[in-house]
Each structure stands twice: as structure tokens, then as C-alpha cells.
Design a protein around this ligand. Structure first.
Ligand code: UDP
Ligand code: MG
Length: 329
């Protein structure tokens, strides 16, 4: 057996201690942004050379030459890795692909390619991680979006805060760092319709956030159109809240109660005070009553669907933060 040179032992030692941080960068038609993005990222990571860095680009079915650029970058920079998805699957799925491809890393950072998530913030994320936080999120201070998108976003977050399991989502972004433990849990999520930010917040863990001001997207157009944003809003709402289903049931119960009350009123006044109602009036009230029963029944079915929903998405029941005295930890 050959013994390594003492100097090499030392080198091996420090190498072993070096931890890996991966950046996961979803990119859909970002050909003009990728190079400037990588330059800025490198400026930041140069100073964080106590870590191994890995940049994982996910080309989410771009129609421009994003993939060629990623291939190019991978050839000149060994830290760059790329995957090209067969078509556009949407950002949430692109992030999932990145998460799965990242492998065994000590921390992972999700970051947009359009420079709206300023790469220099990576240093802050890492600093918070070093001080013991397991999830470091970001909030943006300013954002230049169109009026409709702003109003839509406001409404969305208001509803989410009010009626779902998720609180305080506004101004949150996908730009975040997760440590090894949090990643392990995130990978176990099996639900197919996913709202990443929501999931990450749902997980708990020791977390904090940094704020930054979001500049305009560097080049190109936001790939999110109003339609897909609305769809994402509806998805994230329905995966974290059963409210829309419950409302139907409550509406039904209200209709039943009201029409029953009116029916009783009509019957009592007819017999005691000889008030006169046409058969049509009875018919209408009775009909409304039946309508209410149907709605209430829908609400009831909704409760069952709710249970099925929670069963099929198979979220972990709980997440263990720490263990003591067990053999495997
Ligand atoms: N993106 C993606 N697939 C999509 C839409 C967007 O991978 O279907 C990427 C995009 O390239 C960018 C990030 O997700 O890196 C954020 O997209 P965008 O800037 O369009 O969203 P916005 O900043 O307007 O919310
Ligand atoms: Mg953007």
C-alpha cells in the first residue's frame, strides 16, 4: 500500500472538508442572459472559494439557442452542467428536474437566469446558511410588473394568506437556498402539481430570509403570460386549500336553511292567519330547497374529495428535524 505524501494528505483533508453548493437555474429562452448571468455568478463565487460550485442549467424547452449556449458554457467551465427538457414543462417542473439532477450536494440555490435574482445575493444566502439556517429565502423589495399582474398578485396573496395553509407568501421569490436536510425532504414530495415556494414554506425547518430589490428582467420577455400565471395561482391555491370546495357546501346549507324557513313561514301563516299563496309560490320555494340540498350534497362530496386529495398527494405526515439516541443518526 502506498502512503500518500504528507502534503497530499493535507490537501486531501481540506478537499474532503470542502462542501458543494449547486445552483439550479431554469432557463426558457434566455440565450441573451446566460453569459452575463454566469459572469456575475462567477464574480460572486470566486470569493466563496471555500466551496465547490456546480451550476446546473435546465433548458426548459427553449425555442431559441439557449441549449447551444449552455453546451458552450459547459465546455469552457467545468462547473457548468446542463439538461435540456424535451419540451416546455414550466418553471416548477424545471426546478424539480434540477433538484433531482443535483445529486448529493450540501446546499442548493434556486436562481432565475434573467438576472432578476441578483447573483451577488448568493453571498448573503451562503452567509446565513453558514450561521446555521437551513432554508434561506428571499423577498423582493421592488418589482416592475404591469398593473394587471400587480393587482392579480395582490389578490392571490391575499387569498392565500386568508384561506390556505400558507402564510406570508407575498414578495416571496423562488430565489432560495436549501441545506442538505431540507433537500432530502423536498425530494420526497410526490405531488405532480407543484408550487415550489409553497412546498418549501410548508416544510418548516430553521429558516430566515434576505431582501433584495428586483431589477427589470435583463433581456427577453417574461415567459409567464397572464394565462399561465392564473393557472399557477389556481393550482397553488387548490393544492394548499380546500376552501373552494367547502364554500359550495356552506352555500348549499344556507340555501336549505333559508328556504326551509320560508316554507315554514308560508305554511304557518296559511293555516293560522289564512294568508293565501299560489301553488307556484310553494313550488318555487320547494324547488329552491331541493337546489340547496344538491349544493350541500356537493359540499359533502367535496369533503370526501378533500380526503382523497390529501391521500393522493402523499405529502410526508411530518418532518423530523433532529434525532437523539437513535442508531441511524
Ligand atoms: N422559466 C422556465 N420555464 C418557463 C418559464 C420560465 O424555466 O416555462 C424560467 C425563466 O427562464 C427564468 C425563470 O424561470 O429563468 C423565471 O421566469 P420569468 O423571468 O419569465 O418569470 P418572472 O420573473 O416574470 O416571474
Ligand atoms: Mg424574471
Amino acid at each position: 500500500m502506498s502512503t500518500p505524501h504528507p502534503a497530499n494528505i493535507h490537501k486531501l483533508d481540506t478537499d474532503l472538508k470542502k462542501q458543494t453548493i449547486a445552483l439550479v437555474v431554469p432557463a426558457c429562452n434566455e440565450s441573451e442572459n446566460l453569459r452575463p448571468f454566469l459572469d456575475l455568478v462567477n464574480q460572486t463565487t470566486e470569493e466563496l472559494d471555500a466551496y465547490y460550485w456546480e451550476y446546473i442549467f435546465i433548458d426548459d424547452g427553449s425555442s431559441d439557442n439557449t441549449w447551444e449556449i449552455i453546451e458552450d458554457l459547459a465546455q469552457t467551465d467545468p462547473r457548468v452542467k446542463g439538461v435540456s427538457l424535451s419540451r416546455n414543462f414550466g418553471k416548477e417542473i424545471a426546478l424539480t428536474a434540477g433538484l433531482e439532477l443535483a445529486g448529493d450536494v450540501d446546499a442548493l440555490i434556486f436562481i432565475d437566469a434573467d438576472l432578476q435574482h441578483p447573483p451577488h445575493i448568493i453571498a448573503d444566502l451562503v452567509a446565513h446558511w453558514e450561521s446555521g439556517y437551513q432554508i434561506v429565502s428571499t423577498k423582493r423589495e421592488t418589482i416592475q410588473y404591469s398593473m394587471t399582474r400587480k393587482i392579480g398578485a395582490r389578490l392571490f396573496y391575499f387569498m392565500l394568506n386568508r384561506f390556505s395553509d400558507l402564510k406570508d407568501q407575498s414578495r416571496g421569490t423562488d430565489f432560495r437556498l436549501l441545506d442538505r436536510e431540507a433537500l432530502k425532504v423536498l425530494k420526497t414530495f410526490e405531488e405532480r402539481t407543484r408550487f415550489f415556494r409553497g412546498l418549501i414554506d410548508w416544510m418548516g425547518f430553521k429558516k430566515t430570509f434576505v431582501t433584495f430589490s428586483a431589477p427589470d428582467r435583463a433581456k427577453g420577455e417574461s415567459a409567464f403570460k397572464l394565462g399561465s400565471l392564473t393557472q399557477m395561482a389556481v393550482n397553488s391555491f387548490t393544492t394548499f386549500s380546500l376552501l373552494p370546495l367547502r364554500v359550495t357546501g356552506w352555500l348549499g346549507l344556507t340555501v336549505v336553511t333559508l328556504s326551509l324557513a320560508i316554507l315554514f313561514y308560508m305554511i304557518i301563516t296559511q293555516f293560522l292567519f289564512e294568508a293565501i299563496y299560489t301553488p307556484l309560490a310553494y313550488f318555487v320555494v320547494f324547488n329552491t330547497l331541493l337546489f340547496g340540498v344538491v349544493l350541500a350534497a356537493l359540499g359533502l362530496i367535496a369533503l370526501y374529495i378533500g380526503h382523497i386529495h390529501t391521500e393522493v398527494i402523499r405529502r410526508p405526515l411530518y418532518i423530523v428535524q433532529d434525532k437523539i439516541g437513535f442508531e441511524d443518526e
